[in-house]
Design a protein around this ligand. Structure first.
Ligand SMILES: O=C([O-])CC(=O)C(=O)O
Ligand SMILES: [Mg+2]
Length: 420
């Protein structure tokens, strides 16, 4: 990051009031009468109603539109284990995006936990407050057990953004990028650098769309994941093939797709040149990708590329997912965010990228023209149509799979055909 951007970012956060979010009342509280309704004695009425019928919490409180964004700070962006306090700007940022893109309110909760078990207990105890739980920036492999335990215990949706949010966007982006390159997901050789939350879950969701595990090479901080390694956790084992490949550079040789969800600057121009003709390069580590687009494009002219950042074309980032996926889930009171709902979001995102772009979106990005192609194969986060397309697909899938506790909303677009 340049010195200028660094200063601008710090000034943005420090401008009074410090941070990025605040709480606002939604009911008048100006008169003695208002006070008597908002607080004692009036407040006792919704208390009695909820005590008698817990469902009434959705009617009389903010629960149904309130999401907890929760982290223990163990894997913050690609910056590592910086701890819960230092994760707060990221979590406040997620809160801003939930509100700005989907009008969902968020409490950001940075939890100082000494174990996964303690973290699980704390989050489970928060269930009454929230309509959903968005886990954020929790290191693998603990994140898998944490998500599983909380999903089983809670009756509100629990969603680990860095797993499923990122996986949804990777899949939507990759379907379109491969189409542009004239390749098929079923036969593409895919190298994934990063065997944490985002990498493993993206590979699984790609498999649900037809990608073959035999064509996937997983690379972690110790090199290629292969059958002779004795240090693999059970989440990496399905990807441990018998192969002579050992290093990232060897794995990149002839690969059709590179997915980087690891850390800055791990890929060089030589590795990009060694990939198959018309490759797809997703360098998604934040804030600094595995290879910068200018370096990758200089290495060869036939690639298509995405990063996780807002300042390059094709931002493959979970910002395209979590606000809209939760919007759809909350609006049908889904008990969980299942794979059918995630795939609904994948197909909505990849289809939206092929639609003509409204002028407001071009204006927001200071562009005259943009159409489906190498510089635009995934919708822009500031595209207002996301708020219609993605929640509709998610809500429809929730209804179809029986996890919705409320009908498909009347104010939504007419129901899309159920995804195959
Ligand atoms: O915050 C972002 O830009 C995307 C994300 O979840 C991460 O990198 O952990
Ligand atoms: Mg994250």
């Amino acid at each position: 990051m340049t010195e200028k951007t660094r200063e601008a970012a710090l000034a943005y956060h420090a401008t009074s009031p410090a941070g990025k979010i605040a709480i606002q009342p939604t009911k008048p509280c100006n008169t003695q009468g208002d006070l008597a309704l908002a607080y004692t004695p009036g407040v006792a009425e919704p208390v009695r109603a909820i005590a008698a019928s817990p469902e009434d919490a959705y009617r009389y409180t903010a629960k149904g539109n309130l999401v907890a964004v929760v982290s223990d700070g163990t894997a913050v962006l690609g910056l590592g284990n910086v701890g819960p306090l230092a994760s707060k700007p990221v979590l406040e940022g997620k809160a801003v995006l939930f509100k700005r893109f989907a009008d969902i309110d968020v409490f950001d909760l940075e939890i100082k936990a000494s174990s996964a078990e303690q973290f699980i207990e704390v989050v489970a105890a928060l269930e009454p407050t929230f309509g959903g739980i968005n886990l954020e920036d929790i290191a693998a492999p603990a994140c898998f057990a944490i998500e599983k335990a909380l999903s089983e215990r809670l009756s509100i949706p629990v969603f680990h953004d860095d797993q499923h949010g990122t996986a949804v966007i990777v899949c939507a982006g990759l379907l379109n990028a491969l189409e542009l390159q004239g390749k098929s997901l079923k036969t593409a050789r895919i190298v994934c650098l990063g065997a944490g939350a985002a990498g493993l879950t993206s590979l699984h969701l790609l498999m649900s769309l037809g990608a073959a595990v035999e064509n996937m090479i997983l690379v972690d901080s110790r090199g290629v994941v292969h059958s002779e390694r004795t240090d693999l956790n059970r989440y990496k084992q399905p990807f441990a093939h018998t192969t002579p490949l050992r290093t990232l550079a060897e794995a990149m040789n002839g690969a059709d797709v590179f997915i980087g969800v690891a850390a800055a600057d791990l890929v060089d121009a030589q590795m990009i040149r060694a990939m198959a003709p018309r490759p797809v390069v997703f360098a998604l580590a934040n804030p600094v990708p595995e290879i910068l687009p200018e370096v990758a494009h200089a290495a060869r002219g036939d690639l298509v590329m995405a990063t996780g950042r807002s300042d390059y074309p094709n931002q493959v980032n979970n910002v395209l997912g979590f606000p809209f996926i939760f919007r759809g889930a909350l609006d049908v009171r889904a008990r969980q965010i299942n794979q059918a709902m995630q795939l609904g979001a994948v197909h909505a995102l990849s289809a939206l990228a092929k639609q003509p772009i409204p002028r407001e979106v071009l204006r927001a990005y200071g562009l005259d023209h943009l159409e489906f192609g190498p510089d635009y194969f995934i919708p822009k986060p500031l595209d207002g149509r996301l708020r219609e397309w993605v929640p509709a697909a998610v809500a429809a899938a929730a209804v179809d799979t029986g996890v919705a506790q409320a009908p498909y909303p009347a104010h939504y677009p007419p129901r899309p055909a159920p995804s195959a």
